[in-house]
Design a protein around this ligand. Structure first.
Ligand code: MSP
Length: 485
């Protein structure tokens, strides 16, 4: 099956667990996928960008019980928090799927039916990690966590489950990854998954007995079992498009890029492709695996509670100040560090002093020397190849490096051409040329910034795109003082 129209583009994030409030770590993934979606729209493609929340399983049932509310009441609240955060971050998702949506549950049952040719009943006897919602093979179990007194002790399970024949697909998946038909970036992650596949995959449990865990989607035709939360959650990428019958599914499958974190690569690069092969569906074109945001060297997480809330950062640095820091200064292919000092330096030195300043001085010189008239703008001639290549490879940090090289180049040009001396020496033709070149560079820079800093890009175009300067009411990136946060 081929996508009916190549101009259709489908990008997804993973769906975070609705077991606690969103934190800075989640925002990285939303932002990366948002850049891809916006860049695709900018190039004229029709886009479906989906995200959502993962709402079933042991972990959520436990959290709800701790809060003395039903699981549904609990996930309603968390899911709303994720939606609000996405709005605050200017995330342009077209869909938001909740795994408790009736549509998802019904379609998950259909998918289960289609996968049942690769399932059998068996007995699972072993460990279960509730924190990770994972069945843990004996060989990989941490001995300390086998002790019931451990704060994150595994559960001991002896139960009858349905098993999925994951082992059967090991070679086909390996082959698709090696040939880049199912491209995994960065290369380090690809190598990691290939070495896992070389060891071979075991069949996996894909259901839980309802009498032990009722917070899940019923296994069709067996009212004693619910689906294993990961197995059901992965299906969201299909159900959100209305699989199997909806036209969107036919037009948008397979995903162009799926964005996930390094901790869930095995689910997305082994179990998920096996499910798709079993359904007879094409694999995603690209799986992009990002690293973690650390704070004081520690991964941020709901359970550790060291999360700096993105809202706090947005209210201090503005939505684009926040987006900029995450996308340029958290390495796209590695882990990165957050601190207030780092974001403060990035905002002041790069956004205010470089970008804001280039906009400000260009606009004010055109106002001062030419009564706001820009005149004919030359076509900007920067080579955008490296920028495009970086985007194609999900190197968001590098793409922004490229844009900031241009901004730096523009500021150097202004310093060398010295429009203020041209103005005082009455060289008005050359002055007009120089200022028009500045304005045209800034419009091109705005186009490149569009997927990353959409509000700022709109403002820059507003100032320079009408032949005459339209001044902004407020400065683009006013300097900030960290002490006044
Ligand atoms: N519910 C599963 C995903 C199911 S997809 C079918 C899950 N949820 S999660 O809330 O634990 O994580 C959601 C995403 O956030 C994952 O991609 C994870 O890697 C990412 N992050 C969680 N903490 C993170 C950081 N500190 N830094 C960057 N991303 C991290 O896994």
């Amino acid at each position: 099956m081929e996508k009916s129209q190549t101009e259709n583009y489908y990008v997804t994030t993973s769906i975070p667990y609705a077991n606690g409030s969103p934190h800075l770590g989640h925002s990285l993934e939303f932002l990366m996928a948002d850049v891809l979606a916006r860049a695709a729209r900018q190039s004229g493609k029709k886009v479906i960008f989906s995200t959502g929340t993962d709402e079933h399983g042991d972990k959520i049932a436990q959290k709800a019980a701790e809060h003395k509310v039903t699981p549904k009441v609990f996930v309603d609240d968390i899911s709303t928090q994720f939606k609000e955060l996405q709005k605050d971050m200017n995330i342009s998702n077209d869909r938001f799927i909740r795994t408790t949506d009736k549509g998802h549950e019904q379609r998950a049952a259909i998918i289960w039916g289609k996968l049942s040719h690769d399932m059998y009943k068996g007995k699972y006897s072993g460990w279960y990690d509730v924190k990770e919602e994972e069945f843990v093979p004996e060989g990989q179990a941490d001995p300390a966590r086998k002790e019931p007194s451990h704060p994150q002790a595994y559960k001991r399970l002896e139960e009858n489950n349905y098993f999925f024949k994951l082992s059967k697909y090991t070679n086909a998946i390996k082959d698709a990854i090696e040939k880049d038909e199912f491209r995994i970036i960065p290369q380090t992650r690809k190598n990691e998954i290939l070495s896992l596949l070389n060891e071979g995959l075991n069949d996996i449990s894909v259901s839980r007995p309802k009498d032990k865990l009722s917070w899940g989607v019923d296994v069709p035709g067996d009212n004693t079992q619910v689906m294993y939360v990961w197995f059901e959650a992965l299906m969201n990428y299909l159900t959100v498009l209305g699989y199997p019958e909806n036209a969107d599914f036919k037009k948008f499958w397979p995903p162009d890029v799926q964005v996930v974190g390094k901790d869930i690569i095995r689910f997305h690069a082994a179990i998920w492709p096996a499910m798709l092969l079993s359904l007879g569906l094409p694999l995603p074109k690209t799986l992009f695996v990002h690293g973690f945001i650390n704070i004081n060297g520690e991964a941020m997480s709901k359970s550790v509670g060291n999360g700096v809330h993105p809202k706090e950062l947005i209210s201090h640095y503005g939505v684009d100040g926040f987006r900029y820091f995450i996308l340029r200064h958290i390495p796209s292919y590695n882990d990165g560090e957050f601190s207030w000092d780092l974001i403060d330096a990035a905002y002041n030195n790069e956004l205010a002093n470089q970008l804001g300043n280039a906009v400000q001085r260009t606009a004010s010189m055109i106002m001062k020397y030419q009564k706001g008239l820009i005149g004919e703008m030359p076509v900007a001639d920067h080579d955008i190849g490296p920028y495009q290549e970086a985007l194609e490879n999900c190197q968001f940090d590098r793409a922004l490096d490229e844009v900031f090289q241009q901004i730096k180049g523009l500021n150097q040009y202004i310093d060398e051409e010295k429009p203020w001396t041209l103005a005082s020496s009455n060289d008005s033709d050359h002055l007009r040329e120089v200022l028009a070149y500045q304005a045209s560079s800034l419009v091109q820079i705005a186009d490149l910034l569009e997927p990353f800093l959409p509000d700022s890009a709109t403002k820059i175009r507003y100032v320079f795109s009408d032949g005459v300067i339209r001044p902004l009411k407020n400065m683009l990136f006013p300097k900030k003082d960290l002490d006044n946060k």
